[in-house]
Design a binder for this molecule. Sequence first.
Ligand SMILES: CCCCCCCCCC/C=C\CCCCCCCC(=O)SCCNC(=O)CCNC(=O)[C@H](O)C(C)(C)COP(=O)(O)OP(=O)(O)OC[C@H]1O[C@@H](n2cnc3c(N)ncnc32)[C@H](O)[C@@H]1OP(=O)(O)O
Ligand SMILES: Cc1cc2nc3c(=O)[nH]c(=O)nc-3n(C[C@H](O)[C@H](O)[C@H](O)COP(=O)(O)OP(=O)(O)OC[C@H]3O[C@@H](n4cnc5c(N)ncnc54)[C@H](O)[C@@H]3O)c2cc1C
Length: 640
Amino acid sequence: MSNEVNTDLLKERSTATFDAERLTEFIYKGPEKVKRKRQIQNIVLQDKFLQSFKPTEFYDRDGQYNNAVRRQIYIMDRLEELGFRSETDRLNFREAAAPVELSPFGLHSGMFVPTLERQGTPEQSRKWVPLGKSFKMIGTYAQTELGHGTFIRGLETTATFDPETQEFILDSPTLSSIKYWPGNVAKTVNHCLVMAQLYTQGKCHGTHLFLVQVRSMEDHTIMPGLEIGDIGPKLGFDGVDNGFMKFNKYRIPRMNMLMRYAKVLENGDYIKPKNAKLTYGAMVMVRVWIVMDAFKALSRATVIAVRYSAVRRQSELRPGGEEAQVIDYQTQQYKLFPLLATSYAFLLAAEGMSQIYAKISSDIERGNLEDMPQLHALACGLKAFCTWVGCEGIEVCRMSCGGHGYSHASGIPKIYANIVGACTYEGENTVMMLQTARYLSKSYFRGQRGESLPELIQYLTIDLNVKSTLGEDCSFESLVAAYSHRAARMVATACKLQNANKQKGMPSHDAWNKSTVPFIAATKAHCHLLYAVYGIVENMGEFMQDGYFNQDQISILNRKVLALLEDIRPNAVALVDAFDYPDHLLQSCLGRYDGQVYEALYENSKSSPLNNTDIHSSYYNYIRPMMQKRSKSKDISAKL
Ligand SMILES: CCCCCCCCCC/C=C\CCCCCCCC(=O)SCCNC(=O)CCNC(=O)[C@H](O)C(C)(C)COP(=O)(O)OP(=O)(O)OC[C@H]1O[C@@H](n2cnc3c(N)ncnc32)[C@H](O)[C@@H]1OP(=O)(O)O
Ligand SMILES: Cc1cc2nc3c(=O)[nH]c(=O)nc-3n(C[C@H](O)[C@H](O)[C@H](O)COP(=O)(O)OP(=O)(O)OC[C@H]3O[C@@H](n4cnc5c(N)ncnc54)[C@H](O)[C@@H]3O)c2cc1C
């Protein structure tokens, strides 16, 4: 590989109208933090073991899982040796060391340990959390079953209290009750947090969490009374062993029920929690993180697509002129620049969401549950919105790279395959949007009754007869007003339909179900408040439906979006550089900082296993015999 930077990229960087480094410092919260991040990334870059892994697509499933375990354990050991204590340092190291592959210990650190911490009594946490943190106990979160994922109340695994032995008996009474999908259940973990229907004194008290040992701590054999296995290959998550698990009247001690909020006493009496949904806390936390995952995935794809578009030359823009950088085509700009802006919007949304989560979850821990519905609605809506928009955007990035985007060498297919799972896991997106929709519906009717609403949804009570004041400048205030108007109108329309259905005599559940399509559209509009001019132009019908904008204003917006493409054009490369993703994090021949994409693609293709021999064994085994057979056949030779 040459050491030179592609001349087009050099030019892009030298003509940018702002200093990308300052923006990097804004993103990572200051120059010291940027420096530290780079130091950590360099440690990884110098690490021969970490650099020795080939991309996961070159391994079969067994190899992918094996490598993932090997690499992640090495990462843990290195983190210990390096003595990194700060969460940011550890995250930076982990991301640089395993940039594409998901960890077979991800659910251990991401759900198992935090749930023990937050849902266990102080004694339970004191006992188990240190074991989890030191990996003496390896665990995961096992909730979903063959028959039910979304409808938690429909889960069928039972945990029946036996006061004689002071134990719970876990059972999978039906085929559909078998736990199915939980990550890392198949091969990695020795413990699970299992969501099961609690029965005591002959009564069901709904779903609760239980700590269950599933493998021997001595030799990792599956505990008697359990059946465990892998569910097979998936679209992504190559290194993750999503599994199935069946309980055959398997006993665990009473104290293995997580009892911070609900309790079962020795005599079998059940003590109710303050709110039954407190058991769902781990899911809320992960939904919040997923917003940040959506940012990371979309921004990486955008970096790759924008850099490649600056390097790729195709066709003549000026007749007889040199071939143009594809980034100069207005259509290419219209594909990519809004996604670049969306990446930045997602970053800010993810940070804002994390702050709200930190505040409300600490209130909840102190017993103040007032804002729980608001947190739930916000986390569900943003998780669904950002993963949907992110995945669509990543696919646009892939296609904007033409044929090379389809190759794993572009790095984009893997980003997509991993993040698209987030549209389903931790709450299927439509279902999540409908949770936010219910909150909006209830809030709308409260607003109609004159009750006060939380700040984020006060716009639901605005006067819908007011028209837009948007002028040539497309001011921030006029854009916010437009989005508020559109979302408020759409929520009101959906609520009116819901009400009309009720008035026709429909039971309230039917009245709700038969208005959910407009409610989903209204909820997307609610989440869309992250956007500006492009969002209006792309959804003009919804903004126009009640004549909110006049014809002149529509023309202004259409002109403005094209003018913005011109504004972004000289800065596009600098705006993606500012994310400061080093090449070894992007793992992309197309998104390289130096822009040497053709050399990289050519080199990369040489590592394809099909190139190990000039003549593949299938020639001797199948092609040659087929040709020999055909050449002997009279019919064929006659035709030839
Ligand atoms: C290549 C490099 C790229 C870089 C990026 C890569 C990105 C990849 C990163 C991946 C990293 C790590 C790996 C991730 C691992 C994946 C983990 C996946 C784990 C799981 O999936 S665990 C299982 C998750 N399951 C779910 O989420 C189930 C969804 N269902 C529910 O949550 C609920 O049941 C419900 C559907 C929300 C509600 O059901 P229902 O209406 O029946 O209501 P309930 O009776 O249950 O509730 C009544 C009432 O309560 C309200 N409510 C419900 N939940 C909550 C809550 N959590 N908090 C507060 N209130 C709640 C509900 O709204 C009702 O209210 P109402 O009566 O309407 O007022
Ligand atoms: C990669 C991956 C990792 C996972 N990891 C884990 C894990 O670690 N632990 C774990 O417990 N689970 C895990 N899961 C399971 C995951 O949480 C569930 O698949 C998810 O919650 C969706 O539930 P479901 O499969 O039952 O979908 P379903 O609910 O069956 O969805 C099917 C369709 O029905 C629609 N639908 C369902 N209910 C409604 C409704 N009320 N209103 C309108 N439409 C509805 C949905 O919108 C969807 O279109 C994982 C899944 C994946 C893909």
